[in-house]
Ligand binder design. Structure first.
Ligand code: ATP
Ligand code: MG
Length: 722
């Protein structure tokens, strides 16, 4: 007791210090955003090391992302002064799973050099199995089955354990047999999928109690961040490792926030956090209530919003960062997504001029298709940006596929593009046929498309591939003839339709298919802003050339889902409209749970901001390819007046800015919004009357210009009518 308080403890508040110093027995830190949960975990590691209670290799700590793992390592080494000699067991569930499996592969029937399959590999494998069973894979798509397997694995269920109903649910009762065959194939291939990285260690531990025991003894301390988003398999895995025989108690410390549970759609079980003290009897539950991240306005707004959820534990949060100079949460309106991106870009430039670093700013979107508009705008402005947690728009699979079609049409010598899509969607052009085309092309020194044209006139190909290749050649010939005469976006639409590419994703029942379709529509829409298909392709080549240097000062663009745990001085939250956020899929579900998960996502978004938080909504957005008038998100209604300011709308783009489309009483079909910057925020525009006005407005908008594309046209149309 006479020892001086180590440096790293002195900055903590009493509850945080308690959480750090309660090293014996199970501890749950249940606390709201920005209260220092992650900081408690890192300090706890430092403390354990400092007291010499364990070697770094005896601490198991689990983070949600690899980025978070890296940050945690850095933070620990700062705290203990000097580099931590390896924290080999600090990582995500998956990375730790891989490590365990490489060591003990033989116990689960693999070799230690097993490969890890990505989603595409998995789908291909499923398809082979489905076809081998003689099942129609149009009716029972491989992607859907891959998704089912993933769902079972998230629950820790092997083929023998899946519910009878689930098995019956695929291909008339073939679910279980296919799953069994799939696992057998993986063994033969010496491969594991992502779900296996969780499930196989569990199986191994169960089958080999001696190995389990070894790890139970090894991991003297277990720490878990973002516990609210663990799924059942992860939970089982932790329970096994944390098991102790009484009177010994597990030294497990989990931190989380039920209000930030946002991965329910991927199998996360918020119940895991709610029943912690049942699973670990005698657990100490610590609540942290002081938020160190955000201003009183940001916190006030987030707290008021999340209070609209029913299924929650409820927590108190306060901040001592109160200052009359603090900016309230700003709500901005824009005409459409293009203007939204333009205005956000301007704000960023202004902030930059005031000396604020781009690294301290983030744009958090609900759906990945929203990113494209910002990326384009930033390229135009020469603003550095990085997309976190996913490929940039033009690097996505469906966009690359579509672009490959466009490239062949406008540059018939582009063999790479031709090869990419000649058999997409599948048209029975196997490797053999493609190789034949290739050989002819090489032999004669002509592009593959030209070679294909020759080849179909011979009888060198078997009848079926010959027919398919003929179709392909004819399609490209037709599209090429349209190139000079048809507007780029119309041609793009024709190509995606006639090639069957759009249909391929429409028939696809996997969870990401709707996103891909959204992205494709976004792509077509983008092309409409260009003079021609060629001009568009040139533009993309330039965008793609932009380098992605990690040391660059750059604005981050990411989805709300991947922003968990992060913080930024300034946060932009665009697209707060009904149907986008909350997302239509959650609304269609009807029940409370989908909507509540959306609201938690909004809470996560708001609470990423330290000083400035700017929310945007637009009045016109393309939804399912059509320009539609949109309703402001209900979440805007749920923000408290005291902490929110409806910002001045001064876009400098014609009459709909000041006193224009958002002017309360100014009339016109678009004039019903109460987002008139002159009026105080009264928070009641969600009244039935207002909604009716909005509904009428949408109809009027459709009649006027609903099917026309391109924002510039609408602006003029509106300017005339308003
Ligand atoms: P989230 O729920 O978003 O993951 P969190 O609870 O993990 O948040 P942290 O990221 O650990 O919160 O902390 C939020 C911010 O507050 C960080 O910048 C952290 O350094 C700071 N912070 C936490 N505790 C203290 C403290 N006692 N004194 C000063 N700053 C603190
Ligand atoms: Mg955290």
């Amino acid at each position: 007791a006479s020892r001086p308080t180590p440096n790293y403890l002195s900055g903590l508040n009493p509850e945080q210090a308690d959480a750090v110093e309660s090293i014996e027995g199970p501890v749950l830190v249940l606390a709201g955003a920005g209260t220092g949960k992650t900081r408690v975990l890192t300090t706890r590691i430092a403390h354990i090391l400092n007291l010499g209670l364990a070697y770094p290799s005896q601490i198991l700590s689990v983070t949600f992302t690899n980025k978070a793992a890296r940050e945690m390592k850095e933070r620990v080494s700062v705290l203990v002064g000097g580099a931590v000699e390896g924290m080999p067991w600090l990582g995500t569930f998956h990375s730790i799973g891989v490590k365990l499996l490489r060591r003990h592969a033989e116990l689960v029937g693999l070799r230690s050099d097993f490969t890890i399959l990505d989603t595409d590999d998995v789908v291909r494998l499923c398809k082979q199995l489905i076809q081998a069973e003689g099942i129609d894979d149009k009716r029972w798509p491989a992607r859907q089955f891959a998704q089912m397997i993933d769902g079972w694995k998230n629950k820790g269920l092997g083929p023998a354990e899946i519910p009878e109903g689930d098995s019956r649910g695929f291909a008339h009762g073939k679910g279980r047999a296919l799953y069994t065959a799939y696992q057998e194939r993986l063994q033969t291939l010496n491969a594991a999928d992502f779900g296996d990285l969780l499930c196989l260690p569990i199986r191994m531990f169960r089958a080999h109690p001696d190995v389990l025991k070894e790890y139970q003894q090894k991991f003297r301390f277990i720490l878990v961040d973002e516990y609210q988003d663990t799924n059942t398999a992860q939970y089982m895995w932790l329970r096994l490792l944390a098991q102790r025989t009484a009177p010994e108690r597990p030294n497990i410390c989990c931190v989380g926030d039920d209000d930030q549970s946002i991965y329910g759609w991927r199998g996360a079980e918020v119940e895991n956090i709610l029943r912690f003290d049942k699973d670990f009897p005698g657990a100490k539950v610590i609540r942290l209530e002081r938020n160190y991240r955000s201003t009183e306005h940001i916190l006030g707004a987030a707290g008021h919003l999340i209070a609209h959820n029913e299924g929650r534990l409820g927590k108190t949060l306060f901040t001592e960062q109160s200052d009359p100079d603090h900016e309230r949460v700003q709500v901005h309106a824009a005409w459409d997504s293009e203007e939204e991106a333009r205005a956000v870009g301007e704000e960023i430039e202004q902030a930059q001029n005031k000396g604020r670093a781009l690294n301290n700013m983030a744009i958090l979107v609900r759906a990945s298709f929203q990113m494209r508009e910002f990326e384009e705008r930033f390229v135009t402005l020469g603003l550095n940006y990085r997309v976190i947690g996913g490929p940039r728009f033009y690097e996505r699979q469906e966009i690359r596929d579509a672009m490959a079609f466009f490239r062949v049409v406008s540059q018939p010598a582009d063999d790479l593009a031709f090869e990419r899509i000649v058999n997409v969607p599948k048209r029975g052009l196997g490797e053999a046929a493609v190789r034949q085309v290739h050989d002819v092309a090489r032999g004669r020194g002509v592009p593959m498309l030209a070679a294909a044209r020759d080849l179909i006139l011979t009888d060198e190909l078997k009848p079926r591939p010959r027919k398919s290749l003929t179709d392909v050649v004819e399609m490209f010939t037709r599209w090429q003839s349209m190139l000079e005469t048809t507007p780029g976006h119309e041609l793009a639409e024709t190509i995606l339709e006639e090639s069957g590419y759009t249909e391929m994703w429409q028939n696809d029942r996997s969870a990401d298919a709707p996103t891909r379709l959204e992205n494709l529509k976004e792509l077509v829409e983008t092309i409409s802003g260009f003079e021609s298909m060629r001009a568009f392709l040139e533009h993309v080549a330039l965008v793609m050339d932009k380098d992605n240097n990690p040391d660059l000062d750059a604005v981050s663009i990411m989805t709300l889902h991947s922003a968990k745990g992060l913080e930024f001085e300034t946060v932009f939250l665009p697209g707060w409209e009904e149907g986008l956020f909350p997302h239509q899929r959650a609304l269609d579900e009807g029940g409370r749970s989908g909507l509540e998960e959306e609201r938690r996502l909004a809470y996560v978004g708001l609470t990423r901001a330290k000083l400035f938080c700017h929310i945007w909504f637009v009045s016109n957005r393309r939804i399912h390819g059509l320009w539609q008038s949109t309703l402001p998100s209900r979440f805007l209604d749920e923000l408290p007046e005291a902490h929110v300011e409806v910002a001045d709308i001064d876009t400098g783009y014609g009459g709909y800015g000041r006193g224009g489309s958002f002017g309360g009483q100014s009339g016109g079909p678009y004039g019903a919004s109460r987002f008139d910057r002159a009026e105080p925020f009264s928070g009641n525009y969600n009244t039935p009357g207002w909604k009716r006005a909005q509904a009428n407005k949408t109809d009027a908008a459709r009649d006027n210009w609903g099917t026309r594309s391109g924002p510039s046209v609408e602006r003029i149309a509106y300017g005339e009518s308003g």
